[in-house]
Design a protein around this ligand. Structure first.
Ligand code: PEP
Ligand code: MG
Length: 839
């Protein structure tokens, strides 16, 4: 009879929130490449021993420690994600390799407030690295946990018998060795070590890595490799023995020399570390992302530095709670005041006020105060917990919402430190410059007569960008750290996606002339915004607006939109801990329908997925989220999500008519299933069946449009995704997204297929991606036979004005030529000529 297996209890090394390992936003941990385990989102900065044992290694960057418990399990504890890049800043290891520790001893003290600001994520995985000897039999449930509470139970595994020697005599013949210097910016830390070990495991040869001091580790053990603490530039010796040794070593060298996504030539500065003052220089001309197009000239004026420092330890629970409550009340009052005004500023202030009032946010902060932290540190920790899933998202629209959370974080910290919220005013006509500009900082300067904005960070869909667009301020973003070097008062010019420092007289004169003709065109567009868009030869093209809120709906009506061509309903589902109820949804859709009045409303059902995380839906990690469970696939897999949304939609009264649109369709069966649900609900609720259409975002939908049109009442081309999937360029990956131009002839050919397929069944085709707002694309879209174009409200008047200058037949000739051109640049050049002739 076998002896009963003894259960080993592992204590929580942190106070915080238990998170399943698969929810850690890092494939190495989520994919269990380093072993099985669990993660904790810490609310205090003390990593403690999860049991008595011996320290196997402490990483030189101080962020990770490996401990061998006396009971046998070897655990890796890794504070935060990508924290190796901090190079030790914020970490104070209290133990060293070889030390003996008791249960609960402090292993590493860390500065939670600093990590909350600087690290990608605070979530701290703890993994069992000798999983061949132990398995997890129980784990504490997701939720709050205190350091020392039971976190895991492990059971020893019985050896399958004998084990196998590493080397058998017949595999001894091959032997290979190579020495190289590590071109990995952060050395062989957890992620590259795991990739190396996965590669080593796929080869029969025995692979080893040797540090300059002779310490050697088997490459199959990521933890052993990690324990060598090999930093960037270290000279390492790699050895392979046994069958296929040479090939295995080649593969390993190739992987290491690739830099594993962290390539940094040996001898360069390490990104992420504070560069030496001389490392960054301010070029005369610098390119960035165009958040708001336009031309601006004016003196530089820097945004005020944020108030973010505060002590970690509280002065007492009652005192800190009261200070937090006072600060929250102060910030709430200021936001509510701003929310009374009109326009996007008010909506963003209202959104911030709603975030501020989120009960989980406050509860998180109160819990951290109860654990002894100061109000400021507790508030930052609570914000960090919300911000992490958003920050981890490769989808910019979600990742950029982090700025809103940081904004309310800073507002509360400023109130806690007793500082007034609004900063001094810039001179009239200034260009606002900042490494990172927060929505509240721009809101405070709304009436200051700025000329433009140059932002080091941020993206084109950030709230700062939205506010800037609402204020009509040309804005460049993602300019990098050099913007901090601009001397206040220096003359700057923004034009064509670049800013120029101290532009010459002739550069300024040319920019002023271009700005004047753009302004003329804009004035003409605005003067005629309410008129329909009809080409010179009488073809009527409907111009609708893309909406993401009630504010957008009001703006679109003033801008002359003839309807809503795309309501992105994600705005209702983000940044909250539970999904909206049917009634909440119904009310929001009804408000938008009322704002549109007699104009048609096309509502896209929820388009979230693994790359657009929402805290209330468990989404398993996916290697390729863009190709994963998203859009209609996710809604069909979560039937209640689709049904609730359709129920809310069917219940509204849309004076201009309601149409429902499905995102990311690639199969006829998806439309058929959604149609069955929609018609059943309409029948049950005694309401008319709305038109049901689809977004054409996949090449499959475009190529099969002829058969899809039997099930879909209309098509709207999502040119953003259609180009991403056609050109195999991830729209969220900066290095390839720059080459993502939807005017590529391959995308244009798919548009032709879609229009042809739609016409076979007498359906109409619109386009609601970014192309509809690109004046150069408009002649082509008219020529390709689109019936409707849907653009952001701010672009509607201009798109209409461009159409008015066109001749449909000339556009058709242009489209025919464009389809045979080799690339997007050639198409753009040709279409630009046609556009110039037309205006
Ligand atoms: C598109 O893909 O073009 C589109 C309009 O949808 P989204 O940008 O929301 O993915
Ligand atoms: Mg899309």
């Amino acid at each position: 009879m076998m002896a009963p297996q003894e259960t080993i209890t592992i204590a929580s090394p942190l106070t915080g929130w238990v998170t399943p390992l698969e929810d850690v936003p890092d494939p190495v941990f989520a994919g269990r490449m380093l072993g099985d385990g669990v993660a904790i989102d810490p609310t205090e900065g003390m990593l403690r021993a999860p049991g008595a044992g011996r320290i196997v290694s402490v990483h030189t960057a101080g962020h990770a420690v490996t401990i061998e418990l006396d009971a046998g399990p070897v655990l890796l504890l890794h504070i935060g994600l990508d924290t190796v890049a901090l190079s030790g800043e914020g970490f104070q290891p209290q133990v060293a390799e070889g030390d003996r520790v008791s249960d609960g001893d402090v292993l590493i003290a860390f500065d939670l407030a600093l990590l909350a600001r600087r690290a990608r994520s605070l979530v701290t995985p703890m993994v069992v690295t000798n999983g061949e000897a132990f398995r997890i039999s129980a784990s504490a449930p997701a939720g709050a946990i205190a350091a020392g509470d039971m976190l895991l139970q492990l059971e020893p595994l019985v050896s399958a018998g004998g084990g196998q020697g590493l080397l058998s005599p017949e595999i001894m013949e091959d032997l290979a060795e190579r020495t190289l210097r590590l071109p990995l910016a952060h050395g062989l830390h957890a992620r590259p070590a795991a990739r190396l070990s996965a590669l080593a495991a796929s080869h029969g040869a025995v692979l080893e890595v040797m540090a300059p001091d002779g310490r050697t580790a088997s490459m199959r053990s990521a933890v052993a490799v990690l324990a060598l603490s090999l930093s960037h530039g270290t000279r390492v010796t790699l050895r392979a023995r046994g069958v296929g040794a040479v090939a295995a070593l080649d593969a390993v060298c190739t992987l290491i020399e690739s830099g594993m996504d962290e390539y940094l030539a040996v001898g360069q500065d390490i990104p992420g570390q504070r560069p030496a003052a001389a490392a960054i220089t301010l070029p005369r001309r610098l390119g960035g992302g165009v958040a708001v197009p336009g031309i601006a000239i004016g003196p530089a004026w820097h945004v005020a530095v944020r108030h973010s420092e505060c002590s970690d330890q509280g002065k007492g629970i009652e005192i800190e709670r009261e200070e937090l409550a006072t600060a929250l009340a102060h910030v709430r009052a200021r936001l509510c005041e701003k929310a009374q005004a009109a326009g996007p500023l008010a909506a963003i202030a209202a959104g911030h006020a709603a975030m501020l009032d989120d009960p989980e946010l406050e509860a998180g902060a109160i819990a951290a105060i109860a654990a002894g932290r100061s109000a400021g540190a507790a508030w930052s920790a609570a914000i960090a917990r919300f911000a992490e899933p958003l920050r981890a998202s490769p989808d910019k629209r979600f990742a950029e919402r982090v700025a809103d959370l940081l904004d309310i974080e800073q507002s509360v910290l400023a109130a806690l430190s007793g500082q007034p919220g609004d900063s001094a005013l810039p001179p009239l006509g200034a260009i606002l410059v900042g490494g990172d500009i927060l929505p509240s900082q721009l809101m405070a300067l709304a009436g200051a007569g700025l000329a433009g904005i140059a932002c080091g960070a941020g993206g084109t869909t950030s709230h700062v960008a939205i506010i800037a667009a609402g204020l009509g301020l040309p804005m460049l973003c993602s300019l990098g750290p050099a913007v901090d070097l601009i001397e206040p008062g220096t003359q700057l010019m923004i034009r064509d996606g670049h800013f120029t420092v101290d532009p010459s007289e002739s550069e300024m004169a040319s920019a002023r002339a271009a700005a004047a003709s753009l302004a003329d065109l804009r004035r003409a567009a605005e003067a005629r915004s309410a008129e329909p868009a009809v080409t010179r030869d009488g073809a009527r093209i409907e111009v609708f607006a893309n909406l993401g809120s009630l504010t957008d709906a009001h703006a679109s009506v003033s801008a002359g939109a003839e309807g809503c061509g795309l309501l992105r309903t994600e705005f209702l589902f983000l940044g909250r801990s539970v999904p909206p109820t049917i009634e909440e949804q119904r009310q929001a859709y009804q408000d938008i329908a009322d704002a549109l009045g007699p104009r048609p409303l096309i509502v896209r059902t929820l388009d979230i997925g693994a790359d657009k995380p929402v805290p209330w839906l468990a989404q398993p990690h996916e290697e390729n989220p863009a190709l994963g469970l998203r859009g209609i696939r996710l809604q069909l897999a979560n039937a209640a999500l689709l049904e609730d949304q359709l129920r809310a939609l069917v219940a509204i009264h849309a004076p201009g008519g309601l149409r429902v649109m499905l995102p990311m369709v690639s199969d006829l069966a998806e439309i058929a299933e959604a149609r069955r649900t929609l018609s059943r609900l309409a029948r049950e609720m005694g309401r008319p069946m709305p038109d049901l259409g689809i977004m054409v975002e996949t090449p499959a939908a475009a190529l099969l449009a002829g058969s899809f049109a039997a099930e879909a009442d209309f098509f709207s081309i999502g040119s953003n995704d259609l180009s991403q999937y056609t050109l195999a360029r991830d729209r969220t990956t900066a290095s390839v997204a720059a080459g993502l131009d939807a005017l590529h002839p391959a995308v244009l050919r798919l548009i032709v297929e879609t229009v042809k397929g739609a016409r076979k069944h007498g359906r109409w085709t619109g386009l609601c991606g970014g192309l509809a707002a690109d004046p150069v694309a408009v002649p082509l879209l008219v020529g390709l036979g689109l019936d409707e174009l849907s653009a952001p409200p701010a672009a509607v008047a201009m798109t209409k004005q461009v159409i008015r200058g066109l001749d449909r037949q000339a556009c058709e000739a242009l489209a025919r030529r464009a389809l045979n051109l080799p690339d997007a640049d050639a198409v753009r050049a040709l279409a630009s000529l046609v556009l110039e002739d037309a205006q």
